[in-house]
Design a binder for this molecule. Sequence first.
Ligand code: NAP
Length: 277
Amino acid sequence: MSGRATPPLAGVVGWPIGHSKSPAIFAHWFERLGVAGRYVPLPVRAEDFPEVVRALPKAGFVGINCTIPLKEAALGLADEATDAARAIGAANMIRFAGGQIVADNTDAFGFLENLAAGAPCWHAASGPALVLGAGGAARAVLHALIGAGVTELRVANRTPERAEALAEVFGPAVAVVPWESRAEAAAGAASIVNATALGMTGQPPLEMGLDAAPATALVTDLVYAPLETPLLADARRRGMVAIDGLGMLLHQARPAFAAWFGVDPPVDGALRRACTA
Ligand code: NAP
C-alpha cells in the first residue's frame, strides 16, 4: 500500500451557494486544529438534490450541510431524523452513517449558544420573547426558546397565516401578534429576535421601534450581512444587549464539524475575523 488516505469530505449544498460562509468556517477550523478534512461548496438544483445526495457517500463524503432552498427536502430524504429536525420541519445537516441518511437541524443549538455567549445573564425565566418572522429561521428560534423554557412567545409576521401555523405547531405558549403591532408587542419582552430577512443586504429595511421595549431587553438579529443591522445599532444606543447573527451561524456549524471530524471546534474572535475578512 502506498500514498496517504484521502481525507474525509464534507460540503454545503444549496442553490445558489457562492454566498455561503460555511467553507471559510470549516477551512479555518481544519487549519487551526490540524484536522485532515476537506469541505466544499456544492451548487445543486432542487430537482437534482436526491440523486446527488445519494451519490455522495460513495464519493467519500461523510456528511453535508444543506441550505436554502434545500432544507425541507433534506429532511424529506432522510432515513432517520433528530427531534430538532422534525420539530423545525427542516434539516441543515446530514450525516452519512452505515448506509443511512441521518438528518439534523443545528440552527436552534446555534441560536442558543450565541445567546449564551453574548448574553450570559439571559435565561428563559427572564420573561417573554418577541419573535419577528415565521419562516424556517423563526421555527428554529421558537424550538430553541421553548426548549430552553420560555413560556410566553409573541410572533409577528407579515403574512399572519404563517404565524398562526407556527402557533398551531408549537402550542399555547405562542401568541400571534399583528405585524402592524410589533413595536407595541415589545412591551415587557425580555428578548426580541429578528428572524425575518428584513435588514439583510439587498432586502428592505426592518422598521421596528424599540421605545416600548424594556431597557433590559436582549435584542438579537439573525441577519448577519450586514453584521451591525440598524435594529442592533438602535438597541446598543439604548444600552440594551445586542447580539448579531454571525455567532448563530458559527455555532450552528460546530455539531457538524464534531460529528464528521471528531472535535468540537472553537468559536471566537479569530473565527469571526476569518469569516468577515
Ligand atoms: P424564509 O423562510 O424565507 O422566511 C423569511 C421571513 O422574512 C418570513 O417571515 C417573511 O415573511 C419575512 N419577510 C421577507 N420579506 C419581507 C418583507 N418585505 N416584509 C416583511 N416580512 C418579510 O427565510 P428564513 O430561512 O426563515 O431566514 C430568515 C432570515 O434569517 C434570513 O435573513 C436568513 O439569512 C437568516 N438566517 C440566519 C441564520 C444564522 O445562522 N444567523 C440561520 C438561518 C437564517 P412572510 O412569511 O410574510 O413572507
